[in-house]
Ligand binder design. Structure first.
Ligand SMILES: [Cu+2]
Length: 285
């Protein structure tokens, strides 16, 4: 009886493990890390789709190479050991073989290079953006600014574990989420106020360093509504692990309603250098 219940518990554990790998795909929980996650988070932005297919291609190639090399090693160990092959061959050159082991890796590298360059190009070249968000990393929180929605700005701090409400994600939930409309190309300007931080959202295939005194640029286009979580990805000090990112993707109508509310809730920073830059149109160059 005891053995049976042990088996049942084991089976349940395995099933829940398999379930956690399979079920959340495409569900509301798809935008954050999950227990026992083996692969990457499901993609929700064009660049991440390319990353996913590039990862799949590389997995196939490295698997074939590992199988080939392991098979070759095993074959040599069995076929050419001192017992099985007491008189070794004196061959020192084989032109065809030498050309083959040079040309084949070159072809493999070209096969890898083509999608790799495609991915780099997609990540670096910002398409015509519908809106812009400016992100500033600080020790240890994020400042967000919406320059073309009235220029309001707000800070986003992690909610400490003691203040979490039921359903809120530990170490991922913030007091003020970034809100963006669905299916909208968002240009993100990333900088920092003190040390180097990095604004990263796995589901968008996005990771951009925020460097003090410099503005970096990246983009995403969220394809599904929901909340997407990320974390600072550049070790930036004691509380580096406690400055998460939460992006809420909503319908265009809900976004307009949020902007109307945010304009009064978060006042723009008048007198800020960025305001002057924005007025002269130099901010996003
Ligand atoms: Cu940081």
């Amino acid at each position: 009886m005891k053995r049976q219940s042990l088996c049942a518990a084991g089976l349940a554990a395995v099933l829940s493990m398999v379930g956690s790998l399979v079920v959340p795909l495409g569900s509301a929980l798809a935008n954050e890390p999950r227990p026992w996650e083996m692969g990457m988070q499901p993609s929700a932005s064009p660049v991440k789709h390319l990353m996913g297919s590039f990862n799949d291609l590389l997995t196939v190639i490295i698997t074939l190479i590992v199988i080939f090399v392991a098979g070759l090693l095993a074959y040599c160990a069995v076929r050419f050991n001192a017992k099985a092959n007491p008189v070794p061959s004196k061959t020192s050159h084989h032109t065809l073989l030498e050309v083959a082991w040079t040309v084949v890796p070159v072809i493999i590298l070209i096969v890898i290079a083509v999608p790799s360059f495609k991915l780099l190009y997609a990540a670096e070249r910002i398409p015509q953006a519908d809106m812009t968000i400016k992100v500033t990393g600080h020790q240890w929180y994020w400042d967000y600014e919406y320059p073309d929605q009235g220029g309001f700005t707000f800070s986003s701090y992690m909610i400490p574990e003691s203040d979490l409400k039921p359903g809120q994600r530990r170490l991922l939930e913030v007091d003020n989420r970034v809100v963006v409309p669905v299916n909208t190309t968002v240009r993100v300007l990333v900088t920092a106020g003190d040390v180097i931080h990095s604004w990263a959202i796995p589901a968008f295939g996005l990771k951009k360093d925020g460097v003090p005194g410099r503005t970096n640029e990246t983009w995403f286009k969220a394809e599904r509504e929901g909340v997407y979580y990320g974390q600072c990805s550049e070790i930036c000090g004691t509380n580096h692990g406690f400055m998460p990112i939460a992006v809420e993707v909503v319908s265009k109508e809900a976004f307009d309603a949020w902007v109307a509310k945010a304009k009064t809730a978060f006042a723009p920073r008048d007198g800020d250098r960025d305001v002057a830059q924005r007025q002269t149109g130099t901010l996003i160059q």
